[in-house]
Design a protein around this ligand. Structure first.
Ligand SMILES: [Zn+2]
Length: 432
C-alpha cells in the first residue's frame, strides 16, 4: 500500500509544500481531513467537557455519550447503549460497530466519565492560550475526540468503507462498577474478537519524546488483619501476654519492605489502624480505633494496594507476603492476609512492541516524530488491561496534558490534531 502511491506523492508535495514522502495519496488525504477539522474538533471537545460526567453522575455520563453517539451515527457506525444493573449505580457504556469485510478487526477504547464529580470546584472549561484547563480534558475526553476525529478523517478520505472497527466508551473507568465481570463483560467479548485494541488514554512525554504504553500494571489490594491478646501493658513481651497486634503488624510490614520489593512491583500500605477495638467504613474510607497506651493492642488492620506487571510477578509477591504473614509471628499474635485484584496486568509482549512500532512509524511518516514506549511503573491501571489477555493492545493514543485527576488537569490543544493524525494513519494501516 505504500509503494503504489509513490507517483502521486511528488505531485502532492508541489501542492502543499510539506514533505509527506512516506505517506500514500490516501494517507495524505486522511491527514488533510484531520487538519481541516482542527477548530471543529476543539468545539466538539468543549461541548462534551461542558457536561459534568463524574462517574457517579449517570445522567451526565449518558449525556456525553449521546454527543459522541451522534457523531458516530453520522459516520455510519451502528451504535447502542448498554445499561448496567441499577444496583451497580453506573451509567453503562456506549458501543459502536462498523463492519467492513474480511480485514483485521480493531477495537478502540475510550471512557465517558471523569474523576470530577458533580459539585467539583474545578471549572468545567477554562481556556488558557494554547492550553485548556478543565474536567477530564486530557483524561480522557481529549482522547475520545481524537478517536472520533481519526475515524471521521478515514471516512472523508473513503478509507473507512472496508474497515472493521468496534468502539467502546465505558461510563465507569475511573471507578468501575462491581462486579467487574458484569461491568467489563461486554468489553472482554469485544476484545476476544479483536485483532488489535487501541486505547486513547492520555499520552505522556518522557525525556521530551511522546510515548505509548504496551504494558500496564495490575491494580489490586490486600487487607492484613492481626490479632493479639488484650492485657496490661506492663506484661508486654512476656510469654503470657505476648507482643500485641501492633508490634506484629510492624514486623510484617517491615518484612514486606525488606523481602518482597523487586523491579516493577509495588505494594503500599495506605491505612494502618490498631488498638483494643477497630472498625472500618468502606463508603467513607475511614477507620476508627479505640485503645489506651497502657493496654496491649488486640486488633490491628492494614489496607494496601499491590501493582505488578505479569501474573507470575503477582503470584510471587502474594506468596512471599502470605509466608511472612503466616510464619514467624511474635508471641501471642496471629495474622491473616487477603488479596483482591481489580485490573489484570498487561505484561509487555513482542506483538505489543510491534504494534507500538507501527504507531511510531505512522507518526514519523506524518512528520510528527518517533514514539517511545512508556515505563509501566509511570502510569496507573486502565481499561485496556481487561482485553489485554485476548488481543494485542497499546494505550496512550490520547491527548497530552498535565495533572490528570487533579484540580489543575489541563490539555495541550495541539495534541488533539497530532493524536488524530497518528491514530487515523495507524487504524488505516491496520485495517486495509
Ligand atoms: Zn482515564
Amino acid at each position: 500500500m505504500f509503494k503504489r502511491a509513490i507517483a502521486g506523492t511528488t505531485v502532492f508535495l508541489f501542492l502543499t509544500g510539506v514533505a509527506h514522502a512516506q505517506l500514500s495519496e490516501t494517507e495524505q488525504r486522511i491527514v488533510a481531513a484531520v487538519k481541516l477539522r482542527t477548530p471543529a474538533a476543539l468545539q466538539l471537545l468543549e461541548k462534551s467537557v461542558l457536561i459534568n460526567s463524574g462517574t457517579l453522575n449517570p445522567e451526565g455520563v449518558r449525556a456525553v455519550g449521546e454527543i459522541y453517539r451522534a457523531e458516530l451515527d453520522a459516520l455510519g457506525f451502528k451504535t447502542r447503549w448498554i445499561d448496567m444493573p441499577p444496583a451497580m449505580k453506573r451509567a453503562g457504556h456506549l458501543v459502536a460497530t462498523h463492519e467492513g469485510g474480511s480485514g483485521k478487526r480493531v477495537l478502540l477504547l475510550g471512557h465517558l466519565d471523569t474523576v470530577f464529580e458533580k459539585g467539583s470546584s474545578v471549572p468545567l472549561w477554562e481556556r488558557r492560550g494554547d492550553r485548556v484547563r478543565g474536567q477530564g480534558v486530557n483524561d480522557m475526553k481529549g482522547g475520545d475526540v481524537i478517536l472520533i476525529e481519526a475515524l471521521r478523517a478515514l471516512k472523508s478520505a473513503g478509507a473507512l468503507d472496508h474497515a472493521n472497527v468496534e468502539i467502546m466508551f465505558t461510563g465507569d473507568e475511573e471507578r468501575a462498577g462491581m462486579p467487574l465481570q458484569t461491568a467489563r463483560g461486554d468489553m472482554v467479548a469485544m476484545g476476544k474478537r479483536a485483532d488489535y485494541a487501541l486505547s486513547f488514554e492520555g499520552s505522556n512525554k518522557h525525556d521530551g519524546v511522546d510515548t505509548a504504553s504496551i504494558a500496564r500494571r495490575s491494580s489490586g489490594g490486600w487487607v492484613l488483619r492481626v490479632k493479639g491478646k488484650a492485657a496490661h501493658s506492663m506484661g508486654v513481651f512476656s510469654a503470657q501476654s505476648g507482643y500485641g497486634a501492633i508490634y506484629e503488624t510492624a514486623r510484617i510490614l517491615n518484612a514486606f519492605r525488606e523481602q518482597v520489593i523487586e523491579p516493577s512491583l509495588t505494594f503500599n500500605p495506605g491505612l494502618v489502624f490498631g488498638g483494643t477495638n477497630v472498625s472500618y467504613a468502606d463508603d467513607t474510607a475511614t477507620a476508627s480505633a479505640f485503645g489506651k497506651s497502657n493496654v496491649i493492642a488486640r486488633d490491628a488492620e492494614v489496607l494496601g494496594d499491590l501493582r505488578y506487571l505479569s501474573p507470575e510477578q503477582g503470584e510471587r509477591a502474594r506468596q512471599k507476603m502470605q509466608a511472612i504473614v503466616s510464619s514467624g509471628n511474635l508471641p501471642g499474635t496471629s495474622a491473616t492476609i487477603s488479596f483482591s485484584e481489580s485490573y489484570p496486568p498487561m505484561p509487555p509482549t513482542e506483538a505489543g512492541r510491534k504494534l507500538a512500532e507501527l504507531y511510531s512509524k505512522a507518526s514519523v511518516d506524518a512528520g510528527l516524530g518517533r514514539i517511545d514506549t512508556l515505563d509501566p511503573s509511570l502510569r496507573g491501571a486502565g481499561d485496556v488491561q481487561f482485553v489485554a489477555p485476548y488481543t494485542v493492545g497499546i494505550d496512550g493514543l490520547g491527548a497530552q496534558g498535565r495533572g490528570a485527576h487533579t484540580d489543575d488537569e489541563d490539555l495541550e490543544i495541539a495534541s488533539i490534531e497530532r493524536g488524530a493524525v497518528r491514530a487515523a494513519l495507524l487504524v488505516y494501516r491496520l485495517t486495509q
